[in-house]
Structures are given as structure tokens and as C-alpha cells.
Ligand binder design. Structure first.
Ligand SMILES: N[C@@H](CCC(=O)N[C@@H](CS)C(=O)NCC(=O)O)C(=O)O
Length: 234
């Protein structure tokens, strides 16, 4: 069975586990603390990062893009009969998501309203591009789930949790992205691809009293378009 080494709230890991879930690939998972990386992990992870996946034959893979490519090639594809152009486009639209994982992480960790607004705007550039590309179908490539959906899932899930918990809306007035977010949630992949206590761990880290989102919109409520985390602004 495949073995994944994970850090509970890592979006790069969630992309990998979401693809495994979508393809029904069995795997076991071990969670580590990145603040105190075990030696056995440092021995197998050349970049010292998660995800790391050990294959059935005992080879250890690292870098999520490479792992995704391996899962696409070694197991039946999510979409059959894709042309080389379509595969390249799928990779490119997936890359737009994964290169924004850390942008979203840092936005969520913003200590003040100004920083949050700046980082939200940066993330919004990616949401703008994908809003223009979406057709209004269930998923990115029509009614069939693809690797692009899997790559965007961590971003859309985190935006959902933040909005539900604080009222802060990373997606904003982008109706096609909103609809896509809802459709992806109905696949069940959001829950299946993370640990049972993911939301608790996520909120402990991103919605603590150290973050602006955790404290609520006490000074500037732009972006908080629903209920606030505190009643200071409502
Ligand atoms: N380029 C890497 C990025 C993975 C990454 O940033 N993982 C973070 C956790 S979300 C990590 O392991 N950080 C620990 C470190 O950089 O020391 C990939 O795509 O796999």
C-alpha cells in the first residue's frame, strides 16, 4: 500500500490525498510535526518537506507535482483520452492553484487588516483568472472531475472554512468560482482527503488570537461580508 507522510494542515498533502481518494487508491498516512521533524523523515525527504509518498515497490517520492504526475501515470487516469494539449493545459491550470497555496496560507496568518487585504488581493488574481475560464459546468473541464479540480480543492476548501467560521470571503464576487466550490464540496473529497480533526487543527493555527482573521474585524471590516468572528463590527 502507498504510504503518505503528512502535516495535518498542509495543502500540498491534501492535493495528493484528494487525488488518491478520487482514484480510490488505498494508502496509509503518518502525520509528523514540522516544528520537530523526526530523523527518519529527514532521511527520506530530500527537501525536508511533506508530502512524501512511498510507493508499493518502496521508492520514496517527494515534491507534490512529481507525486501527482506519478499517481496520474501509475493508476487509471481521472479523465480518459486526453490529448497532449489538454494534459498540458490541465497541468498549467493546476499550477496556478498550487503556486497560490502559500499565498493563501500567509493571507490566513495575516496579523492585521492591511496585510490581509494585500494578500487577499494577490490570491484574488488567481481566482479572477479561473473565474474567466470556468464555464458554469460542474467541474473545471465540464462534468467530469479532473486533476485541475483536485489542485484547486485545498484553496477552495480553506476559503470555505474561513468564510463559514469568520464571515471573511476570499472568493468574493466571483460567482463561477463560488459555484465550483460548492460542486466540489458535494464530491465528499474535502472530508475524505484530510484527518478527522483537520478543521480543529486548521482553526487552531489560522484562527488564533495571533491572526487578524482569528481576532475578527475589529478595525476594518472589508471582506467580512457575513457574520463576524467577534461582534465588535456587526
Ligand atoms: N514544493 C513542495 C512544497 C511543500 C511544502 O511547502 N510543504 C510544507 C508544509 S505545507 C513543508 O513541508 N514545510 C516544511 C519546511 O519547509 O521545512 C511540494 O510541492 O511538495
Amino acid at each position: 500500500m502507498l504510504k503518505v507522510v503528512s502535516f495535518k494542515i498542509c495543502p500540498f498533502v491534501q492535493r495528493v490525498t484528494a487525488l488518491m481518494e478520487a482514484k480510490n487508491i488505498p494508502y496509509e498516512i503518518e502525520f509528523i510535526s514540522l516544528a520537530d521533524k523526526p530523523q527518519w523523515f529527514l532521511d527520506i525527504s530530500p527537501n525536508g518537506q511533506v508530502p512524501v509518498v512511498t510507493t508499493e515497490s518502496g521508492t520514496t517520492l517527494f515534491e507534490s507535482d512529481a507525486i501527482i504526475e506519478y499517481l496520474e501515470e501509475a493508476y487509471p487516469p481521472l479523465q480518459n483520452g486526453l490529448s497532449p494539449e489538454q494534459k498540458a493545459l490541465n497541468r498549467a491550470w493546476s499550477y496556478l492553484a498550487s503556486k497560490n497555496y502559500l499565498v493563501q496560507c500567509s493571507a490566513q496568518r495575516s496579523a492585521d487588516a492591511k496585510t490581509l487585504a494585500e494578500r487577499t488581493a494577490k490570491l484574488g488574481e488567481a481566482f479572477d483568472k479561473v473565474e474567466k475560464q470556468l464555464t458554469g459546468s460542474l467541474y473545471f473541464n465540464g462534468n467530469e472531475l479532473s486533476g485541475v479540480d483536485i489542485a484547486w480543492l485545498p484553496l477552495l476548501d480553506r476559503a470555505h472554512i474561513i468564510e463559514e467560521s469568520t464571515g471573511y470571503d476570499f472568493i468574493g464576487a466571483r460567482p463561477k468560482v463560488k459555484a465550483w466550490q460548492q460542486h466540489l464540496r458535494t464530491t465528499g473529497l474535502s472530508e475524505k482527503s484530510v484527518a478527522a480533526d483537520f478543521e480543529t487543527a486548521f482553526k487552531d493555527f489560522y484562527l488564533s488570537d495571533k491572526t487578524y482573521l482569528g481576532r475578527g474585524c475589529d478595525t476594518d471590516c472589508s471582506g467580512f461580508d457575513k457574520a463576524c468572528a467577534t461582534d465588535a463590527c456587526c
